[in-house]
Design a protein around this ligand. Structure first.
Ligand SMILES: *[C@@H]1O[C@H](CO)[C@@H](O)[C@H](O)[C@H]1NC(C)=O
Length: 138
């Protein structure tokens, strides 16, 4: 995007500097990560999915799953496991009741592996993008 300004020579230094500043600003935005309490006050529940649909996530954002560990857990699964509500045997099960998960870029899928809970709706899919939160909803 800076190519035209550079190629056309004199008088465009300010444009080039401006472009560089904007790029630096955007880069700062990319580097910044945020923490989200899944479901806000409702925590990890049947409402987590609709909560997630209203958010924009970036790579490296951290999700905090708050829930009663005697009743629920959290397992990160694949898309097909998410659809099937089935955690593979040997999956890493989070069960502290306040689990923190940093998002990788792209889609992530979470379910509760306690029998019947995922089927009841305690599941959540999120997509972490490279950028796009600047000026947008949080
Ligand atoms: C889910 O949301 C509905 C509608 O806002 C609310 O009535 C219900 O109590 C919520 N359930 C949980 C478990 O937070």
């Amino acid at each position: 995007m800076a190519a035209r300004g550079i190629a056309s020579g004199n008088g465009n230094t300010a444009v080039v500097v401006g472009v560089l500043l904007v790029c630096a600003f955007l880069h700062a935005g990319v580097a910044e990560s945020a923490e989200f309490i899944v479901g806000d006050g409702g925590g990890w529940s049947v409402n987590a999915s609709s909560w997630a649909n209203a958010k924009r996530f970036l790579g490296r954002d951290v999700l905090v799953f708050n829930y009663d560990p005697t009743a629920l857990d959290v397992v990160k699964v694949s898309a097909s496991e998410y659809e099937a509500c089935a955690a593979p045997s040997g999956a890493k099960v989070l069960k502290s009741g306040a689990d923190r998960v940093a998002l990788a870029l792209g889609p992530s899928y979470f379910i509760c592996s306690v029998p019947a809970q995922c089927q009841a709706g305690i599941k959540m899919a999120v997509v972490a993008r490279k950028q796009g939160r600047i000026g947008g909803a949080s």
